[in-house]
Structure formats: C-alpha cells, structure tokens
Design a protein around this ligand. Structure first.
Ligand SMILES: [Zn+2]
Length: 223
C-alpha cells in the first residue's frame, strides 16, 4: 500500500489527527466538517488528512460524521481541482474528475455546483487570479509572525498553484512530476529559507518533490 506522510507532521498519529478534526467540528457547532472549515481552524491541513486516510470522506467515516457527497463547498471543489491539475500536470478534463487516482470528488458534484465543467474551470482560474483570496493550505499552528518578515510563512492555495504552474508541475531539482511518477508528491520550498529571512513571494518559491525537499533540509541542517 502506498502511504504518504507530510514531512511537517510525520510523527503525528492517526488518532491525533482524528481527534483534532472532531474537536474543531464540535467547536464550530456543526454536524460535519468541510476541508475548508478544517483548513481555517485545524492544527493540520486537509491535504495531510487526505494523504493519511486516502480521502476527506474516509476520515469523516472513521469519525462517524455525516458525509456530504452531494453538495460541496466551492473551496473544497477548488482544492480538489487544484490537486487533480497538479497530478495530471495540466488542465484536467471533466472525465478526469471521475478518475479516482486524480480526484476524490466526482464530476457530477462540479456540474451540480457550476452547471458546466467549463464554468468550473473558469471560476477556478478567477479564484487563482484573485489576489485578495488567502485560503491557507498549511495549518494555523505553522503561522509565524515576526518583525523580520513582510509575509506569512504559510503558502496559500493560490500561490502554490501559481508556483507549480510556473514550474510546469515538476520538481525543480530532479524533474520528476506526479504525471510521470505516480504517487510523487510536490511541495513548495522557500529558496532562501524562511528561517534566514526568506519571504513567501513567488520569486523565492520553487516546486520540489518530497525526496528533494527532504534532501535539501538535511543539507542545510549540516551547514
Ligand atoms: Zn525531486
């Protein structure tokens, strides 16, 4: 079984993730929880949850929380569309959304929310190009604010997509991509490390696979 763990949270147990999801759901006073709500409030991020449990719904099932498979929030549809786009390395087709290797939300959910697949794509691009949106894909507890930086360390969905698109959805060091290496995970790396004053701006960010990213952090630790 392929099993991927985010390097940020490799020592976190399944139970810790699940208990955080349930505590946020309770805190919000909701019957169930969307990826968007969890990203805004949770300790970890929805992509970590998905890597750990295979899908957001699998995590909800483990917690006996209701799964809303009919209507998704637009943010969830965008997060999933971005993931499919990165895995494919280019714009996914409507049919791609029914391929479980690329997408965990079916094309039908997009058609219910947007009417047409082309409208879903158009709205996604508007969302990506909208500089005022700031949905963080990293967890709130990685938020660091200090006087040395003008930007937040967290990389939001919009910036992540723009960096990966510029880098053609490939690792800048080894050139591999999820499209030619199934299961490969891409991360966004600060070229000048955040700890050394590097900012979260597109010119200081690059796409790296998890292997190269881990190699890079090991190297800089030895410096
Ligand atoms: Zn690489």
């Amino acid at each position: 079984m392929d099993f991927f763990i985010s390097e940020f949270h490799q020592n976190i147990s399944d139970e810790e993730i699940l208990s955080d999801i349930i505590s946020i759901t309770t805190k919000l006073g909701k019957a169930t929880i969307t990826m968007h709500d969890y990203d805004q409030n949770g300790k970890y991020n929805s992509s970590t949850v998905i890597r750990r449990f295979g899908s957001w719904n699998n995590a909800l099932k483990k917690l006996n929380l209701p799964i809303n498979q009919t209507f998704w929030e637009k943010q969830d549809l965008f997060i999933n569309l971005e993931t499919a786009w990165i895995k494919k390395g280019k714009q996914p087709s409507r049919r791609d959304m029914d391929n479980k290797d690329l997408s965990y939300i079916s094309s039908g959910a997009y058609l219910r929310a947007f009417g047409k697949w082309s409208t879903a794509l158009t709205e996604f691009i508007v969302f990506i190009n909208n500089t005022s949106n700031s949905i963080n894909i990293l967890s709130n507890n990685s938020f660091e604010n200090d006087k040395k930086h003008n930007t937040n360390r967290d990389i939001n969905l919009r910036l992540r997509f723009l960096v990966m698109k510029r880098d053609n959805f490939k690792c800048c060091m080894c050139g591999r991509s999820p499209a030619n290496t199934p299961g490969l995970e891409l991360h966004i790396d600060h070229i000048k490390p955040w700890s050394k004053g590097g900012e979260t701006v597109i010119d200081n960010l690059q796409t790296l696979c998890s292997d190269c990213n881990l190699g890079k952090s090991n190297l800089s630790e030895k410096e």
